[in-house]
Design a protein around this ligand. Structure first.
Ligand code: NAD
Length: 296
């Protein structure tokens, strides 16, 4: 603020008006429509992308509700993010990606390579290799990025960091994190029978890079979290929100060891109905070694 006042006093021109960002929303599901559309209406939402026309309709309806002055006829709709980038890649400033986890890395990489700024929902990607690629490409292209673990900006998270830094808790030796969400199945769960693809859904575009399977119940919307081809189970869904606070406050880096202490169910194609995992972290920066436990 001091710099701004001084610049004006010397007769320099005022800072340019902030121009709204031209943004596209990729993935118009619960999070995209429920949470991101209202925020994006404060910028210039120029396109929405979803392989399900019912979700595209829901997105435009939501725009009309939260921003009646917006002309929704001017917002372009696409069933595939590759078509969005082909048609509008050079006209966009940023994209927001709120697709199922198996479709985070590809649109994010395409956007980054076009020099677009990218907000990707948590978890950043479906595999660790994808997260490494995304970090490397974002650095190479110098774009602004954010992952959607918004709890990091909460007062509770900042307070936790202050308590730990002020020594109010003393040395922390043990941390327990948990969720009551269940994104998995017990032993012996069978894939539901194939069903006709709902009208308006481009099933192949929804599957994207995942191996082909017939459409069945318990996938779209939202329930895909339990299936390894698309989601990352309870820990992938909630761990990045919950463990993040301890990770930040206690400066946890790489663990020395990770142990699966208990598991309920799970298979090669779906995540377990419950698990307990222990990470062993070494001493770091004046902080004692600690065990972090995850229970779901
Ligand atoms: N930050 C948070 O608090 C928070 C909360 C909920 C969900 N999320 C994250 O947001 C993402 C979406 O979750 P959701 O609950 O909205 O799921 P959802 O299933 O309701 O929505 C996903 C949408 O993406 C669409 N989609 C699928 N393939 C696509 C493609 N190729 N291009 C464009 N759209 C495609 C689907 O048709 C669906 O409408 C997930 O990664 C989830 O982890 C974050």
């Amino acid at each position: 603020m001091g710099g701004f006042v001084a610049a004006r006093a010397y007769g320099q021109s005022a800072p340019a008006e902030k121009k709204p960002l031209r943004v596209a929303l990729i993935g118009c599901g619960l999070q995209g429509v429920g949470v991101h559309i209202p925020a994006l209406c404060q910028e210039r939402l120029v396109a929405v992308v979803d392989p399900d026309t019912r979700r595209l309709d829901a997105a435009l309806k939501r725009v009309r509700e939260v921003s009646p002055a917006t002309d929704t006829a001017a917002i372009r709709t696409f069933g595939d993010y590759r078509r969005l980038f082909d048609a509008m890649g050079r006209e966009l400033d940023a994209v927001l990606i709120a697709t199922p986890n198996h479709q985070h890395a590809l649109p994010a990489l395409l956007a980054i390579r076009l020099g677009l700024h990218v907000y990707v929902e948590k978890p950043l990607a479906h595999t660790i290799e994808e997260t490494r690629q995304l970090v490397a490409e974002a650095r190479r292209h110098g774009v602004v990025t954010q992952m959607g673990n918004q709890g990091q900006s909460s007062e509770g998270s900042r307070l936790l960091c202050e308590y730990v830094a002020a020594g109010a808790l003393g040395q922390v030796h043990t941390v327990h994190c948990w969720t009551d969400r269940c994104n998995g199945f017990p032993d012996g769960y069978a894939r539901p029978p194939a069903r006709p693809v709902p009208q308006g859904l481009d099933w192949k575009a929804w599957l994207g890079p995942a191996p082909y399977r017939d459409y069945h119940d318990g996938l779209h919307p939202h329930d895909w979290h339990s299936w390894r081809d698309f989601g990352n189970g309870s820990i992938g869904n909630m761990g990045c929100h919950i463990i993040n606070h301890a990770y930040w406050a206690l400066k946890l880096g790489k663990p020395d060891a990770v142990e699966l202490e208990a598991v309920n169910g799970g298979s090669g194609e779906y995540w377990p109905a419950g698990a307990s995992i222990r990470w062993e972290f070494p001493a770091r920066d004046g902080l004692a070694p600690l065990n972090l436990y995850w229970h779901d």
